[in-house]
Design a protein around this ligand. Structure first.
Ligand SMILES: [Zn+2]
Length: 385
């Protein structure tokens, strides 16, 4: 999360901007700028204008790029309001909202997910974003129409008509696109929530994910037949998203009610910072554990894994101690943390084990394979009962 900066808070929610977001404004400004004539024609067509608008301030000089920049800024303000709408509903439903981050592909709200989302909460939360986009679209089109009616100067009326007319179209595209019934789009969540009124949540997720896959395949076929690269990319994005969502919900259900203390190895073998590397290696061979917490005067100071030994320079290996090669910034969990939470920490990172710490003292270690084993056992239990 170091690659994003916080720009403020709204309703207690930290608002962050990812560095990729700063790239998208000039890119969009350029794209809109080079296609200005096409987009002017599009807006005229949508409003069914029989007479073209005055393009005096629109297509001359650097204006296309200036307008491109203004439009991309307004569009992403819309994306931000879309995310804010999700977050506001989440807050009202008593969920915690970690942050809202704007990045190159749009926005993301980090909303604490429930073990089994209640459709009464999930449905309004999922639909709030697209409804905000629809609202912004309608308001923009209203402003565009009013500009033609009430601004007496033709050139100025044309300028406002174009900006708000096109902004409205973009927001309505956002509305439609987000409501595609496929994860990770909002429409996937809306569909799952509707199904969950009648079905258990994992069945609902499975069906929603299947429908998402079908939508992805249809998009892919249309994309290939029409040589549309954007459509093909969207298809791949949706197809992968569907599988991921289904897997996470499955894990969530299997690990429900289980804590780190249920899966951890305890007591755990710890080493001191001055242990020579060859001794650490020997310990790994004799215990067949591939990582050890490093403890100095009772406190965790680091973690040594086989990976750390591999990356240590070969020549110095004889002279090195655990402290020289250990990873100092160690992510830890508490014994009472949920097992699903521990899995979420383990899954995206390369490290396969987390030390379990209670009141500053290392009381165990939990590995990805410990959690996978528990899930396999749970699967048998769930499917046989
Ligand atoms: Zn959304």
């Amino acid at each position: 999360m170091d690659s994003s900066i916080q720009i403020g808070t709204i309703s207690g929610i930290p608002i962050r901007i990812h560095f990729t977001f700063f790239l998208i404004i000039p890119i969009f400004a350029f794209i809109i700028g080079t296609q200005i004539d096409l987009t002017v024609a599009l807006v005229e067509q949508v409003f069914g204008l029989t007479e073209p608008i005055s393009t005096e301030y629109i297509t001359t000089g650097v204006m296309p790029y200036v307008l491109g920049a203004i439009l991309s800024f307004l569009l992403f303000t819309g994306v931000f309001l879309h995310e804010l709408a999700h977050s506001w509903v989440a807050l009202r439903k008593g969920m915690k909202v970690g942050s809202i981050t704007l990045f190159i592909l749009g926005g993301a709200s980090e909303i604490e997910d429930e073990i089994s989302p209640n459709p009464r909460d999930e449905l309004p939360m999922a639909i709030a974003g697209p409804l905000m986009s629809l609202f912004l679209g309608i308001v923009s089109e209203g402003v565009a129409y009013a500009s033609l009616l009430f601004i007496p100067n033709d050139a100025l009326a044309g300028l406002f008509f174009y900006i708000f007319g096109y902004l409205g179209i973009l927001n309505i595209i956002l509305f439609v696109f987000n409501l595609l019934p496929a994860f990770p789009m909002d429409g996937g969540r809306v569909l799952r929530a509707i199904l969950a009124f009648w079905l258990p949540i994992d069945r609902a997720t499975k069906i929603a994910a299947e429908i998402g896959r079908i939508v992805a395949i249809i998009f892919g076929i249309i994309g290939i037949l029409s040589f549309n690269l954007v459509l093909i990319l969207i298809a791949v994005f949706i197809y992968l998203g569907a599988g991921q969502e289904a897997a996470m919900v499955r894990y969530n259900l299997l690990l429900k009610g289980l804590y780190v203390k249920d899966a951890m190895t305890s007591p755990v073998k710890v080493i001191s910072p001055d242990m020579p590397i060859h001794e650490v290696l020997a310990l790994m061979q004799s215990t067949r554990h591939l990582g050890f917490p490093v403890v100095e005067r009772g406190a965790l100071v680091g973690m040594v894994t086989l990976q750390d030994i591999h990356t240590a320079p070969q020549i110095d290996r004889e002279a090195l101690q655990a402290r020289d090669i250990m990873t100092r910034e160690v992510v830890t969990v508490a014994p009472d943390s949920g097992l699903y939470e521990a899995l979420r920490i383990l899954a995206p990172n390369t490290f396969g084990r987390i030390p379990v710490v209670r009141d500053g003292e290392v009381v165990g270690i939990v590995t990805r394979s410990d959690i996978l084993k528990i899930m396999e056992l749970q699967e048998v239990r769930v499917t046989t009962t």
